[in-house]
Ligand binder design. Structure first.
Ligand SMILES: [Zn+2]
Length: 410
């Protein structure tokens, strides 16, 4: 696994910092060709599906049984690391290869999946391949173009996919897999800080993103008395502080987190009182009610806070993503697998989106996390030790074997 991770870490875009392999680019395709060869050398037959997902298949012993799928993604963000996504692909490959080498035939076929474009793509959508499997890749998403004017549909065709089929509903049917399991690095500090090797993921948080506009008035920075100003940036600062304070309060009860990560203001001149500020709030919580209560309170309290400064507050909803909770039988299989191998674990939410939350719409799905050093991710410092990867792959193997033994064949 470590050798494969380091090999892929060298197939990157030389123009971008350390480990960049953006979906749809030449380095991504080179990585894919190498992965495909590795899948085949491990004894798997390979195919690229209509969603541009690379799949390696190990035949099962029972004719007509639904496959059990495992995997993650090999694309990265710009300036990303070596483990996000890739760890889950090589662990899934290792599991299938171990079974093939030991001459063990699971009852269900076992599919190793490298999903296309999990990270937000240059065409807009993230999780392109897993959405195609879930049947939620809309025609509007496929029509969206990148900066060079190429549509996602054209790009998908370049990756070996079929945009017409991808737009027409779930590409492998309404029940594609008996189950899906994704191993992924945690991308946060919880497992490392608690000294635990495994996280059993209960679900993915709901996300609400708002765009806020603070409207004041542009005036001369020298001639306008302080009490007569309507300074939008002062209002934005108050708002940011309010978001942080209220999120800290909510976090202790509900685990909610919220971030103001983006802001621009105008006219952005040293000698002009700021007229307007645009900022975003990204709020995430296991319950959608928690997210909406929080953003409603911010809009209400923020509005009256800003009115005191002579400022107006407008808000627009940018994104509402419902939380997803993973299937109890898959969660149990992962927990049982960790116990069987003697590895401590905890249950935890994922604060980040993953392919698994899309696949969860069409089959019983679960995820396991392995630790991330310092919680670092989407950065070149991303690191998970070989030992930690091995523990994750062992648990993935045991979980898949339990699911293979217990799940109905079709
Ligand atoms: Zn990822």
């Amino acid at each position: 696994m470590e050798g494969r991770i380091q090999h892929l870490a060298a197939i990157i875009d030389p123009a971008l910092p350390p480990y960049t392999r953006r979906a749809f680019t030449e380095p991504f395709l080179r990585g894919r060709r190498w992965l495909q060869a590795e899948f085949e050398a491990a004894g798997l037959s390979t195919v690229t599906d209509a969603g541009g997902n690379l799949m390696g298949k190990l035949a099962g012993s029972e004719p007509g049984a639904l496959p059990i799928a495992m995997g993650s993604h090999s694309d990265t963000v710009v300036g990303g690391g070596r483990y996000d996504g890739i760890a889950g692909v090589v662990a899934a490959l290792e599991v299938a290869q171990s079974l093939a080498e030991d001459g063990m035939r699971p009852r269900h076929p076992l599919w190793v999946v490298d999903f296309l474009a999990e990270e937000a793509s240059d065409y807009g959508p993230s999780c392109v391949g897993s959405r195609a499997i879930a049947g939620t890749l809309s025609p509007a998403m496929l029509e969206a173009a990148n900066a060079q004017g190429e549509s996602l549909a054209e790009a998908l065709r370049r990756m070996g996919g079929d945009p017409d089929r991808a737009a027409a509903g779930p590409i492998h049917g309404r029940e594609p897999f008996a189950a899906f399991v994704e191993m992924h690095i945690e991308q946060g500090p919880v497992l490392e800080s608690e000294g635990l090797p495994i996280g059993v993921v209960t679900g993915v948080v709901g996300i609400r993103r708002l765009a806020l506009r603070v409207q004041g008035q542009a005036d001369h920075a020298g001639t306008t008395p302080m009490h007569m100003r309507r300074d939008a940036l002062v209002g934005a600062a108050e708002l940011i502080k309010l978001v942080h304070q209220r999120a800290r309060e909510a976090h202790t009860h509900t685990g909610l987190v919220a971030t103001v990560g983006q802001m621009t203001h105008s006219p952005n001149q040293s000698n002009v009182v700021p007229e307007s500020a645009l900022l975003t709030i990204d709020a995430r919580c296991a319950s959608m009610q928690g997210v909406t209560d929080f953003t409603d309170a911010i809009v209400r309290e923020g509005g009256s806070l800003l009115a005191g400064h002579g400022l107006a507050l407008e808000h627009t909803l940018v994104l509402d993503a419902e939380p997803c909770s993973f299937a109890p039988p898959v969660r149990q299989a992962i927990g049982n697998a960790a116990r069987k191998r003697g590895h401590a674990f905890r249950e935890m939410q994922s604060g980040a989106g993953h392919d698994a939350m899309h696949i969860a719409q069409v089959c019983p799905t679960g995820m396991l996390f392995v630790p991330s050093r310092g919680g670092r991710s989407h950065a070149s410092q991303e690191h998970t030790t070989t030992q930690q990867l091995c523990v994750g792959a062992e648990v993935l193997l045991e979980a898949v074997l339990e699911l293979d033994a217990t799940l109905p064949l079709r």
